[in-house]
Design a protein around this ligand. Structure first.
Ligand code: GLN
Ligand code: ZN
Length: 764
């Protein structure tokens, strides 16, 4: 019998129940009991749903109030000292580590004030985990027994589950040393942490668990010999010291380069991702020993497309023919955490488009169907319906636009190249713009006030007419323009009041996108996103941003920057297609944006910024040809979007949320880039930009904090950068857009920034 398995299910609830109760708890509007009750309800529904669909191996401990990695830090007492000083309840300690905590007493005095731990992207997904932070003072020990509690909770409902935990090597590898212990290598704690894991495994075994899923996703990264040896050491240790069966799971890539660590590893079985890396099948089959099982991940945990059941079944069959059906398991490729909960909650999709999709609930059913098929059950009807859906999507007019496909073919180097090289454009632009040294600008958005959100909602609901809404937006633009004139910024922006989100706003105007009403996916903690879905060939039917930019430019003598979201960011922050490669989708977006850039230029906008904050995160997990290929096509897509303008038009771009390597952006050939930088104090990092040939604004203040940055702070920052970076290419700007800020700190900080920049002009 081929078994079926799910590696993890979304924990946010079908209607964001988890977000609602945790945010209410943080505000004091829900009790601890409410939290627990909601969590029990969500877990129960998830387990029952999977049981009803006939899943053999159902996960437990995939639930978390905030983040599963953070839960492990708590479980192993990896809790920096600052969180233990206030005698917080366990759940409040976890929340404080995840999001920081400030509490005032009745007089308004701060009684608790701790910052959060660092948050990092989970591999190449849009999920963020809270980074385990180790110090020489970390006292590793067991703190509670969450995995066992969750297992028992399911057992009490009559459901046997397979507990899932992030494995020790990945847990340490994904962590970092705290500021007080910078020379500590987290991996050196392996021998200390193994007994703790083992204790949990033994407790689970005693509680009745026969099998545990231990995730080591780092096995898809480039590992050193030492890291591979750590895997060998860890799983040999568990083999010796615990009786429970371990399925070692990896996902998001191929394990082939690390196969040496897995060969002869004494675990009960492996799980691999055959959606992302179907080619690894033969290689991994060669290392499965006589008694080991192979879990074949064929239902995509990262995307929303209906599975091609026949294709997936064929992959699993190959494993069955080698290992026999009793040693093969059909599974999701990874946890389903990265997909929305249930397609049944979507009410606004057309029937045709709905038939393309499969959310977590539907994916559970797909796993079950593939297993049934392999076990000889009659699923002919379901397989036929599935084949018809797959075929319909392939030939749909929504998917295919011959004109767009033709246009992509016409892309060539010339189309993607500015007329003259930067040195010449620089001279021309100098004459056009006559900007002072240390020109000041912002990244685009200004505070998205409550008033803006209220009016937008009214407009969407239809209680505000489009004329009224347009008037309102114009008044917001005018406010932003007047303020920038008042503090004497050099290059102005319109403030983006009309945008709900930097990708969704454009997606809604592009042909080829679909949107969900309830397709929420956890991004971090209680923050969920609803990624738009690329369903077909992409094009721009009409101008998307020209009206607002032109209005802004019409009311001021200063230059106003047009503001667009770049092709890579549109791609990365959407669910991409799985039937066309990402390069093609990026190039289609590049062409659509090219039309917009040229329309902006024709309408008299002389500076145009195309934001690419997601450029860095799209970088493939492994070094090598795939990574350099990505850099090539990503840069090409950006240049397709921007290179059509005249030499005198100035192209800007912006990057944030990551450690950017200047080599990643040279090929974009933007005239000016702005980069998040204020928290990067490392002089070596600044030095990396020294030879970057075009102009840069290294972000001078943190826009995530409500603090007002003083003129002195700006002066010091600029001086530090000037030690390595030349004044003649130096722009002055904040780290990122100001949409999450209030006007109060925005006004003061920006005015200080301009004052500081002016003082430098007299010195150079
Ligand atoms: N122009 C956008 C803004 O200012 C850029 C946002 C971003 O980089 N995340 O909001
Ligand atoms: Zn940014």
């Amino acid at each position: 019998m081929v078994k079926s398995a799910v590696l993890g299910f979304p924990r946010i609830g079908p209607n964001r129940e988890l977000k609602k109760v945790t945010e209410a708890y943080w505000k004091g509007n829900a009790t601890h009991d409410d939290l627990i009750a909601t969590s029990k309800e969500i877990k129960k529904n998830n387990w029952l749903l999977q049981q009803q669909q006939g899943i053999d191996i159902i996960p437990s401990n995939d639930f978390s109030f905030y983040d599963q990695v953070l839960d492990l830090s708590y479980l192993f007492n990896v809790i920096p000292k600052r969180y233990s000083e206030y005698d917080l309840a366990p759940i409040d300690t976890v929340f404080a580590m995840g999001r920081g905590l400030q509490q005032n007493d009745d007089q308004g005095n701060k009684v608790v004030d701790v910052t959060a731990l660092e948050m990092v992207k989970w591999f190449d997904s849009n999920y963020h985990y809270v980074r385990p932070t180790f110090s020489k003072n970390t006292n590793l020990k067991l703190n509670g027994s969450k995995p066992v509690d969750d297992y028992l909770e399911a057992k009490a409902l009559g459901i046997q589950t397979r507990p899932v935990l992030l494995g020790p090597v990945s847990f340490l590898y994904l962590g970092k040393a705290d500021k007080d212990s910078l020379d500590l290598d987290p991996l050196s704690l392996l021998s200390e942490i193994l007994p703790l894991y083992n204790e949990i495994f033994n407790q689970l075994y005693k509680a009745g668990a026969t099998e545990i899923q231990v995730d080591e996703p780092i096995l898809v990264l480039d590992l050193t010999e030492k890291e591979r040896n750590a895997i060998v050491e860890a799983y040999n240790y568990f083999h010796k010291n615990s009786q429970v069966n371990i399925t070692l799971a990896t996902y998001f890539g191929t394990v082939v380069p690390n196969l040496s660590a897995l060969k002869d590893l004494p675990v009960a079985g492996f799980h691999f991702d055959f959606v992302r890396a179907p080619d690894q099948l033969d290689d991994v089959l060669s290392i499965i020993s006589d008694k080991q099982t192979l879990s074949v991940g064929v239902v995509d945990g990262r995307n929303i497309w209906k599975n091609d059941l026949a294709k997936s079944t064929a992959i699993v069959e190959k494993a069955v023919s080698k290992l026999g059906s009793d040693r093969v398991i059909v599974a999701t490729s990874s946890s389903l955490l990265h997909t929305p909960v249930d397609l049944a909650n979507e009410t606004k999709l057309s029937d045709e488009v709905r038939d393309f999709f499969s959310f977590a609930t539907q994916k559970v059913n797909e796993v079950s169907l593939i297993a049934n098929k392999l076990n000889g059950k009659n699923v002919t009807k379901e397989f036929e319906a599935n084949a018809a859906s797959i075929k319909a999507r392939k030939s749909s007019s929504i998917t295919n636009d011959a004109k767009v496909q033709e246009r992509v073919k016409s892309i060539n180097e010339k189309l993607a190249q500015r007329t003259s090289p930067f040195v010449e454009r620089e001279k021309i632009q100098k004459d056009v713009f006559k900007l002072p040294l240390f020109p000041t600008t912002t990244i685009g958005s200004f505070p998205q006030t409550k008033d803006i959100r209220i009016n937008r909602n009214k407009f969407v609901k239809g209680t505000l007419s489009s004329e009224e809404y347009e008037k309102f937006i114009q008044s917001e633009i005018e406010k932003v323009i007047r303020f920038q004139e008042e503090i004497d910024l050099d290059v102005l922006v319109h403030g983006e009041p009309e945008r709900n989100d930097m990708v969704q706003y454009f997606g809604e105007q592009l042909k080829g996108y679909a949107f969900t009403t309830n397709g929420w996916v956890q991004s971090y903690g209680s923050r969920y996103v609803r990624p738009p879905i690329i369903v077909g060939d992409l094009s721009r039917p009409k101008a998307m941003s020209v009206k607002e930019s032109v209005y802004a430019q019409s009311i001021t003598k200063k230059h106003v920057k047009g503001m667009l979201t770049g092709p890579i960011t549109c791609l990365r922050w959407s669910f991409p297609r799985d039937d066309v490669d990402q390069q093609t989708q990026a190039l289609q977006l590049g062409l659509a944006l090219r039309d917009e850039v040229l329309d902006l230029e024709a309408a008299g906008i002389k500076i145009i910024q195309v934001d690419e904050p997601a450029l860095r995160e799209g970088l493939p997990l492994r070094a090598g040809p795939e990574r350099s290929a990505y850099m090539d096509w990503a840069a090409l897509a950006f240049r397709v979007a921007t290179a059509g303008v005249q030499d005198k038009t100035q192209i800007h771009s912006h990057f944030c949320y990551s450690d950017l390597d200047p080599n990643h952006i040279k090929a974009l050939d933007a005239d000016v880039v702005s980069i998040e930088f204020s928290k990067k104090d490392d002089p070596n990092y600044i030095a990396e930009f020294k030879d970057y040939p075009n102009h840069i604004g290294l972000g001078l203040y943190d826009i995530h904090s409500p603090r007002v940055a003083s003129k002195d702070e700006f002066t010091t920052k600029v001086e530090t950068i000037l030690d390595t970076y030349p004044a003649k290419r130096f722009w002055v700007n904040p780290d990122c857009g100001l949409k999450t800020r209030d006007w109060y700190e925005t006004k003061l900080s920006l005015a200080n920034m301009v004052e500081a920049a002016k003082a430098f002009r007299t010195k150079y």
